[in-house]
Design a protein around this ligand. Structure first.
Ligand code: NAP
Ligand code: ZN
Length: 368
């Protein structure tokens, strides 16, 4: 038998890896060993260094959106170090710092994919977790784990001047706020409101400020005022203060709504000026109550939504962050503290993104 074939390197084989998973909607996220696939020719394999904790992780772990397949390994804000590449990979090499966001594949053939808008793939993009591999149909498992194998075209380059742990949240919170600001052409001099100062919201403030907009944080938490100003806000509006809301009526060009649960949107519609737009990026659940048509009609206002961002725009956002020295404000946690982090997130007690130091997973190595 010939021995000239490429030797089988362990880096290329399927392997067991340790992660954290929820086994059902009620149980805490806990250690879970599972298999990662053997490298395909166009795959990149990364050791995960840091993973951001998105509110979507919590929604999906607890089946808030009714579409979770268990076990689920959350995590779609991933920064890691490349440890192996398939033979067809051209843009990454061993040792590179690299990142993965919310998507790991799409059909790459439909009109959306052709425009680099993979998040709107007409054949449903493959989510980094709670998705199905397009080749084998196996579940995809996310970044709460030691390592990951991802198709090269869904892996991103990390600007060298940025702190890798503070880059992780850019992969979802960053792109989800950058993309609508770009799409609606937010620019210097406009008045922009960011509703909800959490993981997404604080990135929205940084981006809108960098674009030269006058930024107003619209919050339920008066205690966040000082932080809001430090992050780049010019003003803070407490959404429960009806008088203050009235004072800001008909004044905003653009509102970025990051509220994570169903809510009454009518008070926010009235904040928009003629031709203003409010974009929902927060809740995937229905809004509460009826959306009033009158404010839309009398102010020619728009109510819209936006989902994460495509691969080209995600790289553009990372490069923008590199140029403007923008990263997330983070609190680094160990993997073992994830359930406490979820509880704090529900109480809006995050400043402003938890990031898991994946080295902490080693403490669970005995559970393997
Ligand atoms: P987060 O860090 O928990 O921040 C959400 C913020 O919203 C809170 O800090 C709080 O800010 C405000 N808030 C919370 N509950 C509220 C309520 N009942 N009424 C009004 N405001 C409330 O969450 P995140 O990670 O930024 O995610 C926000 C939402 O975006 C989640 O639902 C997530 O699933 C979704 N998401 C969507 C996309 C997309 O593609 N569209 C991508 C990523 C995430 P204040 O204290 O300032 O009021
Ligand atoms: Zn997310």
């Amino acid at each position: 038998m010939s021995t000239t074939a490429t030797p089988s390197r362990t880096e290329f084989s399927a392997y067991q890896t340790l992660g954290y998973a929820a086994q059902d909607a009620q149980s805490p996220v806990a250690p879970f060993t599972f298999e990662r696939r053997a490298l395909r020719p166009d795959d990149v394999k990364m050791d995960i260094l840091y993973t951001g904790v998105c509110h979507s992780d919590l929604h999906q772990a607890r089946n808030d959106w009714h579409g979770t397949t268990y076990p689920i390994v959350p995590g779609h804000e991933i920064v890691g170090r490349v440890i192996a590449v398939g033979p067809d990979v051209t843009k990454f090499k061993e040792g590179d710092l690299a990142a993965v966001g919310c998507l790991v594949d799409s059909c790459q053939d439909c009109p959306s994919c052709e425009r680099g808008l993979e998040q709107y793939c007409e054949n449903m993009a493959t989510q980094t977790y709670n998705g199905q591999d397009r080749v084998t149909g196996e579940p995809t498992y996310g970044g709460y784990s030691e390592s990951i194998v991802v198709k090269e075209s869904f892996v991103l380059h990390v600007p060298a001047n940025l702190d890798p742990k503070a880059v992780a949240p850019l992969l979802c919170a960053g792109i989800t706020t950058y993309s609508p600001l770009m799409h609606w052409k937010v620019q210097a001099g406009q008045k922009v409101g960011v509703i909800g100062l959490g993981g997404l919201g604080h990135m929205g403030v940084k981006f809108a400020h960098a674009l030269g907009a006058k930024v107003v944080v619209i919050t339920t938490s008066p205690g966040k005022e000082e932080d809001a100003r430090r992050l780049g806000a010019d003003e803070v509006l407490i959404s429960k203060d009806a008088e203050a809301m009235t004072a800001h009526a008909r004044s905003f060009d653009f509102l970025l709504n990051t509220i994570p649960v169903g809510h009454d949107i009518n008070p926010y519609l009235n904040l928009l000026k003629l031709d203003g737009t409010i974009v929902i990026v927060g809740t995937l659940n229905p809004l509460k109550g009826e959306v009033e048509a009158l404010p839309l009609i009398v102010g020619r206002r728009s109510l819209s939504g936006s989902g994460i961002g495509g691969l080209p725009e995600t790289q553009e956002m990372l490069d923008f962050c590199g140029e403007h020295n923008i990263v997330s404000d983070i609190e680094v946690i160990d993997m073992q503290n994830i359930n406490e982090a979820y509880d704090r997130m529900i109480k809006s007690d995050v400043k402003y993104r938890f990031v898991i130091d994946m080295a902490s997973l080693k403490k669970d190595a005995g559970a393997k």
